[in-house]
Design a protein around this ligand. Structure first.
Ligand code: GRF
Length: 189
């Protein structure tokens, strides 16, 4: 069974779903490490409550990105991690880090890439007037949301949708598709 590390900065609702899917046997993997750059994040509390080993850091306590990422690399090595699963991790990983774990870092982004890369993707999708939005699961490379696409899910934007209802649809699809896609990756390799 593969060991995964979850990286998150926020609420961690995607983390919740992955955790539940592992607990109920849908996804066969161990969450062996949780990493956050936000020591007050709700997701960190969840990881602690779930007895998952955690590593938290304040970027401002370190002299450089390389310095805190080296600590993360040490944790990944110590916990024998096979895959890194980003679930709302809001920091850009360095080229060094990404190259160290080529094809081992997976991210979920709330738009149909290559459209709407970067922040506020849900709002920018909705406000653009496109008829279809969606989500993308991809490997992480040196760019921002530019890595090889693994899976996508499409959402039709209805006339009656508001930003809130569209956002809800995005998250529901994320919860379903992230675990399914991770299952394909983690149980095949
Ligand atoms: C998700 O919308 C994900 O696509 C994006 O960050 C958000 C994380 O939300 N990368 P949560 O912390 O899982 O609730």
């Amino acid at each position: 069974m593969k060991n995964i590390a979850i990286f998150a900065s926020g609420t961690g609702t995607n983390f919740d779903k992955i955790y539940e899917n592992i607990k109920f046997g849908f996804l066969k993997a161990n969450i062996s490490l949780f990493v956050t750059d936000k020591p007050n994040a709700k997701s960190l509390k969840k990881a602690l409550d779930r007895n998952i080993p955690t590593f938290k850091f304040n970027a401002s306590d370190y002299s450089s990105k390389l310095a805190y990422e080296q600590e993360i690399i040490n944790q990944i090595t110590n916990h024998d991690i096979d895959y890194i699963v980003l679930a709302g991790y809001m920091r850009i990983l360095s080229e060094n880090f990404v190259k160290t774990y080529k094809n081992k870092i997976i991210n979920i982004h709330p738009s149909l890439l290559p459209s709407f890369k970067g922040k506020d993707a849900i709002k920018r999708t909705f406000e653009s007037g496109v008829k279809y939005g969606g989500i993308t699961i991809h490997y992480v490379d040196e760019g921002v949301d530019t890595g090889k696409i693994i899976e996508q899910g499409i959402i039709k934007i209805e006339q009656s949708d508001t930003l809130e209802t569209y956002e809800q649809k995005v998250h529901e699809l994320e919860y379903e598709l992230y675990s399914k896609t991770l299952k394909n990756i983690l149980e095949d390799n």
